[in-house]
Write a protein that binds this ligand. Structure first.
Ligand SMILES: [Zn+2]
Length: 687
């Protein structure tokens, strides 16, 4: 009875109109809440952001849709009450105004930002004010409506594979899609410019777009469904490099029923839209309008520098970039393989046994290490032996992404001179020339030597072990490296150089530690921030648990060395840091969004007693060097310094352990890191 009455009041005769107004309100209410949670939206994408805040978003959306409908009712009542002459017109205008808030859905096409939201709300109002004028200008009703429908369908044809990628990422719980979805939509606009300018080519062009986007989505989507993450640039490269036999193998291995059940409907939907476009009749549209619309379409993606984010463009640009870099690198390695690389190595201890262990961590925040004063004790086992450790306080990474960091850490290349990556030996080549047996123990994913520079270097080692199993990522803890580490320790070579590459705290931190290390579960010990909600706290807790596990692992490595190798040294640093909601609603490491938390890293050295006794010139003053400003693109010099195998390539001024060390400009994204922090305020200080 009441419901019936309510329905009558709300909907009157026209259900469709009421529905459109409700829709406008629903989208407006939801968009406002998504904007409030934009940090989460940026990091996780639409799906996880919705799931994390669903009650708030839905309540706001429902309330807003009811408010819109009520406001519309009030307009009708007022116009009826005063018997306004243009009553009908007012009702129509009001309906159009409230319904056009559906326009706010465009918010999701851009990087989440309050200014974008304001601009969109303003354009809703402006479009309504200039509605009559705009309708006359574009002559939408009479001329070209077929043309506009075709363009909209074409845009849909491009959006659908993009949306499917976002949805697949959502279901794979990937946290790697930081910016992708906000880039994909506006980036796709550029594909509309040509058909807008030349309406005659729309039909053949649609067929081309259908084929291009469908073929390009096949590997992108199957990668997400198989590995649960977006395809890295290096994989695009790998696809281009694959020959036909490998391609067939790839299809056999990777295309399964699950993937086909996604790809087949995608193909059918895209085919259906293409056929719809083909059915339209050609219509004439004013050149001025075409030029105007076409200009806007290419302006947005070009201004935002987004064109490279389209699926097809990703193939081309990533391929060209990787091909030139890695081919050159591998070419140089191969050229050098027959030469005696480092001719003038001076080894100060040619006959004594020594074991050098360099552990490269992953995404470890310096600010979440107990050793560095974190409020939570995340380094209990390392703190036990703190007086044996040299804890360096001011070391930063050269980048905030693994691959660019490693191409500098593992070679003589640095910010001043990248050419050294090609013209001088890698760390493995160098240590081999110095008479060391080299080991590479990695728990990071490995595909092949042509994928990354670090994997090309890894394969130069005398022995290499890769323990990460792509099929079962959630059980591949770094502890898997302990067995190969023991094998390396047991090897009877006199001089051993062991690089250990950890998975550390990479990406989804919850799968980086066994459940015995699930120690931090509440917000206890975390400095509270206004944007801390259950979700950020869970990310911080998972990170801290992975640091706790890392602490156990590093201590285990050290004890292994202490017990079996009297003359040994151990160096630990991660590739880069990680931001974890320290001063804004953000976590991760994106150089585009750089902060000191992504660059500041822990840097620890442990030396055996025998090493200290035998190398007093290196070790007596070490504890006075702990505050030196250092960047790890120079770390190869520090490692060489400790092994005492110097050559003309070695520069003591670039070794943090050397008396001759000289501080240099530390460069981050072409900016002076120390100046950035001091003068422009630290990113830390921005609100
Ligand atoms: Zn990394």
């Amino acid at each position: 009875m009441i419901l019936n009455r309510l329905r009558k009041i709300l909907f009157e005769k026209d259900t469709l109109n009421a529905f459109m107004i409700l829709m406008g309100g629903f989208i407006a209410g939801a968009t406002i809440q998504f904007n409030w949670a934009k940090g989460c939206l940026l990091q996780m994408g639409i799906g996880p952001c919705f799931m994390g805040n669903k009650i708030r978003i839905l309540t706001s959306a429902l309330l807003c849709s009811l408010v819109f409908l009520l406001l519309h009712k009030i307009v009708i009542l007022i116009t009826k009450h005063f018997q306004l002459a243009e009553e009908l017109n007012m009702v129509q205008r009001s309906r159009f105004f409230f319904a056009s808030f559906s326009f706010l859905i465009l918010y999701f096409f851009f990087e989440p930002n309050t200014i974008v939201l304001y601009a969109l709300v303003l354009s809703v109002v402006l479009i309504n004010i200039f509605r009559t004028y705009l309708a006359a200008l574009f002559n939408v009703e009479r001329q070209g409506d077929q043309y506009y429908k075709q363009i909209i369908l074409l845009f849909l044809l491009i959006l659908i594979p993009n949306l499917l990628i976002e949805i697949s990422l959502l279901f794979s719980n990937s946290v790697l899609n930081y910016y992708t979805y906000t880039r994909l939509f506006p980036a796709s606009l550029i594909y509309l410019v040509l058909p807008i300018l030349l309406p005659r080519i729309i039909k053949p062009y649609s067929i081309f777009i259908f084929l291009l986007f469908f073929i390009a989505s096949i590997p992108a989507i199957s990668h997400i469904l198989t590995y649960g993450s977006e395809m890295p640039s290096s994989s695009y490269y790998a696809i281009w490099e694959t020959n036909s036999v490998e391609a067939v193998d790839y299809v056999k291995q990777n295309i399964n029923i699950g993937i086909l059940s996604v790809l087949l409907p995608l193909m059918l939907v895209m085919l259906f839209i293409t056929i719809r476009i083909l059915r339209f009749k050609h219509q004439k549209v004013k050149l001025l309008i075409r030029l105007l619309v076409g200009f806007c379409m290419c302006l947005i993606p070009l201004l935002a520098g987004l064109s490279q984010y389209n699926i097809p463009n990703k193939f081309a640009t990533n391929y060209l970039k990787y091909k030139s870099e890695i081919q050159l690198f591998i070419g140089e390695i191969e050229k050098r393989s027959n030469q005696n690389l480092v001719e003038k190595i001076t080894n100060f201890q040619p006959d004594s046994a020594i074991t050098v262990v360099v552990v490269i961590g992953e995404s470890a925040s310096k600010y979440h290490q107990g050793l560095y004063g974190y409020t939570r004790e995340t380094n209990p086992l390392l703190n036990e032996i703190r007086d044996e450790l040299f804890v360096f306080q001011d070391v930063i990474a050269p980048h905030s992404h693994t691959n660019p960091v490693l191409s500098k850490v593992l070679t003589f290349a640095n910010h001043e001179n990248m050419d050294l990556m090609y013209s001088t030996p890698t760390i493995i080549e160098y240590m081999k020339s110095a008479g060391f047996k080299t080991f590479w123990l990695s728990n990071q994913e490995f595909s092949d030597r042509y994928t990354t520079i670090s994997s090309a270097i890894a394969l130069q080692s005398n022995k290499f072990y890769f323990t990460f199993d792509k099929e079962n990522p959630s059980i591949c803890f770094d502890g898997r490296l302990l067995k190969p580490f023991q094998v390396a320790l047991n090897d009877n070579a006199l001089k051993k150089f062991i690089i250990i590459h950890l998975m550390g705290s990479h990406s989804d931190k919850t799968i980086r530690y066994p459940k015995e290390f699930n120690h931090f579960k509440t917000d206890e010990g975390i400095t509270s921030q206004p944007y801390h909600r259950p979700w950020p706290i869970s990310v911080i807790n998972a990170h801290d648990n992975s640091v706790l596990y890392n602490d156990w692992l590093l201590r285990t490595f050290i004890e292994g060395l202490r017990n079996e190798h009297p003359n040994a040294l151990f160096l630990y640093f991660p590739d880069h840091g990680e931001e974890l909601f320290e001063y804004r609603d953000f976590w991760g490491h994106a150089e585009a969004n750089a902060s000191i938390y992504m660059f500041d890293i822990p840097f620890l050295l442990w030396l055996s007693d025998k090493y200290k006794v035998e190398n007093p010139e290196l070790t007596t003053n070490l504890s006075t060097y702990l505050n030196r400003k250092y960047q790890t693109d120079d770390v190869i010099h520090s490692i060489i310094d400790l092994t005492k195998c110097t050559s003309p390539l070695f520069d003591p001024q670039r070794s943090i352990f050397n008396a001759a060390f000289k501080e240099r400009k530390r460069i981050i994204k072409n900016q002076d890191y120390d100046a950035m922090i001091k003068t422009k305020k630290s990113v830390d200080d921005t609100p």
